[in-house]
Design a protein around this ligand. Structure first.
Ligand SMILES: Nc1ncnc2c1ncn2[C@@H]1O[C@H](COP(=O)(O)OP(=O)(O)OP(=O)(O)O)[C@@H](O)[C@H]1O
Length: 247
């Protein structure tokens, strides 16, 4: 008999024995993971190792074939689709490898979208979006449309859009994949600093071991399974430095 066990109290996200097949391919096989509140956790592994699938299962975008996903004390794996959608909208932020912005909207309008969709007034949404653009060093781009911006600026706008409603958890799926190395490093410092100063938990999927060192801890995947972790930022030393910055 399979007994359902509640997750540990100090884990904001917790998953047990996730199995997930996509188009007949086993993308995750028996993956268990716990993420503490405020932690920046890197999920590492080569292309096709299951990082995106794990983030999608943990964020309720994908229901695993087997296994449990808990967010605080709520079982995500048994939620109805509408409940999961509300959870994603209200508690989670997502940033993808490509900055998928609405081309007709300005930078601040793109960043404000989650607030407008939640019913915030135009003025309140604009004020908050502008604050986030300033914090992420792209205040000067606020009135420009995506086509007039550099890729690194566009990706910062998608970061502002992901953070504008101060989510509990930010899922960042290879967020620097389309940026040059130096831009990517700067972007990640901004992301981790903003997350730490607002106590936002981060799940950062990356195939780059160097990027994983910015995290507090790293878990590694290979062929859809957990393998020995490859480190993460020296017991949070990076975090201590970043916390002193005022983003
Ligand atoms: N929509 C899909 N249909 C069929 N197979 C898929 C689909 N999406 C992913 N897969 C397969 O599932 C496995 C895990 O893919 P996933 O995208 O989670 O890995 P990843 O580590 O995030 O890789 P990448 O860095 O390339 O995104 C791979 O074998 C991949 O080919």
């Amino acid at each position: 008999m399979y007994a359902m066990v509640a997750p540990p109290d100090n884990d904001v996200l917790w998953a047990r024995s996730l199995n997930c097949s996509l188009g007949g391919t086993p993308a995750l096989s028996g993956v268990s993971i716990g993420i503490r509140e405020g932690e920046i956790l890197a999920v590492t592994g080569p292309r096709g190792s299951g990082k995106t699938t794990l983030l999608r299962c943990l964020s309720g975008q994908l229901t695993p074939d087997q296994g449990e996903v808990w967010f605080n004390s709520s079982p995500v794996h048994t939620m109805a689709p509408l409940q999961r959608e509300r959870l994603r909208r209200e508690k989670f932020g997502w940033i993808a490898p490509e900055p998928a912005l609405v081309p007709e909207l300005t930078a601040w309008e793109n960043a404000a979208l989650p607030l407008l969709l939640r019913g915030s007034s135009q003025q309140a949404a604009k004020t908050t979006a502008m604050e986030w653009l300033e914090r992420l060093d792209i205040g000067m781009c606020a009135r420009k449309r995506p086509h007039a911006l550099l890729q690194a600026q566009r990706q910062r706008i998608s970061l502002a859009r992901a953070l504008v409603s101060t989510p509990c958890v930010l899922y960042a799926d290879e967020p620097t994949a389309t940026l040059h190395r130096a831009e990517g490093a700067q972007f990640l410092r901004t992301l981790t600093t903003a997350a730490r100063s607002h106590r936002i938990t981060v799940l950062l999927a990356t195939s780059d071991p160097e990027i994983a060192t910015l995290a507090d801890r790293a878990v590694a995947l290979l062929d859809g399974r957990r393998v020995n972790s490859t480190g993460g930022g020296a017991n949070g030393a990076e975090g201590v430095t970043a916390c002193s910055l005022s983003v």
